[in-house]
Design a protein around this ligand. Structure first.
Ligand code: GLV
Length: 314
């Protein structure tokens, strides 16, 4: 009998074909995330679960699956939606999709840095609203990147890929991380000093109990009034209410967010602000990368089902 697998969102057809060849596939085809009740009932008796970052996979889901479940394969590099300890306790392998999205996320981070420091969102809104009154020497001035300091918080694969592109824009790099990395020209420093001295602060740490609200009001007050905050990590790393306050009061110059505390809800205080760029969680969203992520998640699931080690366990 083929192993049963639940996939909680449509995946590229080439990836689905791989699954259909060796598994009995139960695919949630809704455009929105699978409802919790549906997840709990459909996971029962499955051997594998391929899930997305929009699915909370906690002890209740694992218990609903029962002892047949061997692997939870997340189609994302971040896995804060999975209770990894609960997986381990039940002998379930949890996997993620590192590496394949690093370049897309690093490119995207630079897109946000350029967009927010050069006020592209604001400019586009003015043009679309028919409010542009013509070129002006001092109209909508932004901040030049050359000669400025980029502070990277969390120097994993994506943080390093962002750092590697900094010389192209003439920025020097400092970073805070648990351990120093071997990246010539990048200076390791404590978070407080990074916040106080950087012109752009970009977050690339995982979401853990330690990093929840790492960027709170105190941290924002440490930043330069002329500095920008970029978040492509996870929403809860930033206290959104505090950020809205800091942006409104001019305590920092601007922010670009790809992730939110309660996606898809955006804190209402952020919405009217001109100095924040709000993007709907798109950092890895290229056709190439999303296909590679789905493919890797499925390879992880199939490996475990075949009794082999997962390619990228967490
Ligand atoms: C996206 O946010 C991911 O973690 O892959």
């Amino acid at each position: 009998m083929k192993p049963g697998i639940l996939v909680t969102r449509r995946l590229p057809s080439s990836v689905i074909a791989r699954l259909e060849a060796s598994c009995s596939l139960d695919l949630w085809t809704g455009r929105e995330a699978i409802p919790r009740e549906e997840l709990l009932s459909r996971v029962a008796g499955k051997d594998a679960l391929v899930c997305l970052l929009t699915d909370t996979v906690d002890a209740a889901v694992l218990d609903a699956a029962g002892p047949s479940l061997k692997v939870v394969a997340n189609v994302a590099v971040g896995y804060n939606n999975i209770d990894v300890a609960a997986c381990r306790a039940r002998g379930v392998v949890a996997t993620n999709t590192p590496d394949v999205l690093t370049n897309a996320c690093a490119d995207f981070t630079w897109g946000l840095i350029l967009a927010v420091t050069r006020r592209l969102g604001e400019g586009e809104r003015v043009v679309r609203a028919g409010k542009w009154q013509g070129w002006g020497l001092d109209y909508m001035l932004g901040m030049e990147l050359r000669g400025k300091q980029l502070g990277i918080v969390g120097m994993g694969r994506i943080g390093q890929a962002v750092a590697e592109k900094a010389p192209a824009f003439g920025m020097r790099v400092v970073y805070s991380a648990r351990r120093p990395v071997d990246l010539p020209g990048a200076e390791h420093m404590p978070l407080d000093r990074l916040l106080a001295t950087s012109d752009v602060v970009s977050l690339h740490c995982p979401m853990t109990d330690e990093t929840r609200h790492l960027i709170d009001q105190k941290a924002l007050l440490r930043m330069k009034r002329t500095a920008y905050l970029i978040n492509t990590a996870r929403g809860p790393v930033v206290d959104e209410a505090a950020l809205a306050w800091a942006l409104r009061e001019g305590r920092i110059a601007g922010a670009a967010l790809d992730v939110y505390e309660r996606e898809p809800i955006v804190h209402p205080d952020l919405l009217p602000l001109e100095n924040v760029l709000l993007i709907p969680h798109l950092a890895s969203a290229t056709t190439e990368t999303r296909t590679a992520m789905a493919d890797l998640a499925v390879s992880n699931a199939l490996a475990v089902l075949e009794g082999k080690p997962a390619l990228t366990p967490v």
